[in-house]
Design a protein. Structure first.
Length: 202
């Protein structure tokens, strides 16, 4: 089965299929995506590529927007939980509806008003985009693509007595010893670093 050009939950470039009076349609004929004409660049024409975020409307139809959320599928962000309703945690990504973190994607008790590292997941069965704060399920345990001396970007996930547990390149777990810290890092910091040692391989 060929990979579809249009991938829900991702920021991607899609071709303009046609422009109508109030709407534009992007992607591929068998899986076209609606974009409001108000969001179409002024000089855009059919055949042009346009960068959009693809998600679902209330009827679970694919739609596109040129407004980009802070997190998307395959990416991480450190975001605040707006409110809690029963077992669901809600996060405002700037759209009409808040995005939810379902209970199965909450590794610990989520606290209203607190910030967490999270990613976006696409559920093709339910045609739904949700958020996950379960980094253990999302990240690899070993950085098989990295080697000593590589410059990387890290996100500080948790402070420990002897250092900090971090996320490298939005894909791997890592440890930053306290003795290697130029300054005392804190949870949520996004920093540049260099790989000193790689332990274990997937």
């Amino acid at each position: 089965m060929p990979l579809l050009m249009t991938q829900p939950g991702r920021i991607q470039e899609l071709p303009i299929l046609r422009i109508e009076r109030n709407d534009a349609w992007l992607g591929e004929e068998e899986n076209e995506v609606h974009l409001s004409l108000a969001e179409l660049p002024v000089k855009a024409k059919e055949g042009d590529l346009i960068e959009v975020f693809v998600h679902f409307d209330a009827e679970k139809n694919l739609i596109a927007t040129t407004k980009f959320p802070e997190v998307s599928v395959g990416k991480l962000a450190f975001l605040r939980v707006n409110h809690i309703n029963k077992e669901l945690a809600y996060v405002d990504l700037g759209f009409e509806k808040d995005y939810i973190i379902p209970p199965k994607h909450q590794p610990d008790r989520i606290i209203e008003g607190k910030k967490y590292h999270m990613t976006m997941l696409y559920d093709p069965k339910d045609k739904e985009l949700v958020l996950s704060a379960d980094m253990n399920a999302y990240l690899r345990k070993s950085a098989r693509d990295l080697k000593e001396g590589d410059q990387v970007e890290i996100d500080v996930w948790k402070q420990l007595d002897n250092g900090a547990k971090c996320i490298i390149q939005e894909r791997f777990w890592a440890f930053l010893p306290k003795m290697e810290q130029v300054f005392l890092v804190k949870r949520g910091d996004h920093l540049k670093a260099w790989v000193k040692e790689v332990k274990g391989r997937d």
